[in-house]
Design a binder for this molecule. Structure first.
Ligand code: HEM
Length: 213
């Protein structure tokens, strides 16, 4: 399994503050640009998910980057990015549902249903991103479920992202719609290239690279 877990158990208040403030600034900027609240909440959430997910594949595709980076960076940011992704996602979903009479928005469409499943998984991952869950599950099971759940969440959201970037009307009609598509296909591409690189390394050396666990 590639070392691409979504979250570690150690959270830093400083990193939390930076991610929270940066995402509030991003949301504020979108507000002044005239975006609707539902769009802002979803967009900030998706960018945070992208950042959480993209770190692992980038370092698999460019392993030399690891040597240039100091300490745990950027792996140690995934926990805070992942937690704030879930917070913005839950607020986004609450805003979209708005009132109990509208709850069926969660399963009325295929893209809505898959996004709902992604949100439920994200909340489950959030509640197991702590030292207690880590000790209870053990390192392997914990990393395994965090990593799998994160990528499943990301790919489950592809229908939602596709819906809003291309399916509706004449879209993409806005920079953010292009941005969603770029983020989605970039992660897919990095996954594919990373996988090919690892398999080539295995065939040349008879073992997996050291960054694969
Ligand atoms: C992890 C969970 C989610 C993420 C990351 C997310 C992401 C997004 C993004 C990026 C947008 C902006 C689309 C645009 O620019 O036009 C958006 C809008 C929207 N999302 Fe989500 N979404 C999530 C869950 C859900 C769920 C479960 C629903 C319910 C079915 C939902 C319903 C909507 C709706 C109705 C809009 C349009 C808002 C508007 O145009 O005002 N989302 N979402």
């Amino acid at each position: 399994m590639v070392t691409v877990t979504m979250m570690n158990t150690k959270n830093s208040p400083k990193r939390h503050a930076i991610v929270a403030i940066a995402s509030i600034i991003g949301a504020g900027a979108m507000y002044f640009m005239g975006y609707r609240t539902g769009v802002i909440l979803g967009a900030i959430s998706y960018v945070l998910l992208f950042l959480t997910v993209v770190i692992g594949p980038i370092l698999v595709v460019f392993p030399r980057l690891r040597r240039r980076l100091t300490g745990e960076f950027p792996f140690n940011w995934r926990s805070e990015l992942g937690i704030w992704f879930v917070i913005w996602a839950v607020v986004h979903v609450a805003y979209i549902v708005d009132n109990p009479g509208n709850i069926d928005v969660l399963w009325r469409s295929s893209w809505g249903f898959t996004a709902t499943v992604a949100t439920v998984l994200a909340v489950l991952v959030l509640f197991t991103s702590n030292t207690k869950a880590f000790s209870y599950m053990g390192a392997k099971a914990w990393k395994w479920h965090q990593s799998h759940a994160t990528y499943i969440i990301f790919y489950l959201l592809s229908a939602h992202i596709w819906q809003f970037s291309t399916v509706i009307g004449n879209r993409p009609d806005d920079p953010v719609h292009y941005l969603y598509l770029i983020m989605f296909f970039l992660v897919m591409l990095l996954h594919l290239v990373g996988f090919i690189k690892v398999i080539r390394f295995y065939n040349q050396n008879g073992k997996y690279p050291s960054y694969i666990r």
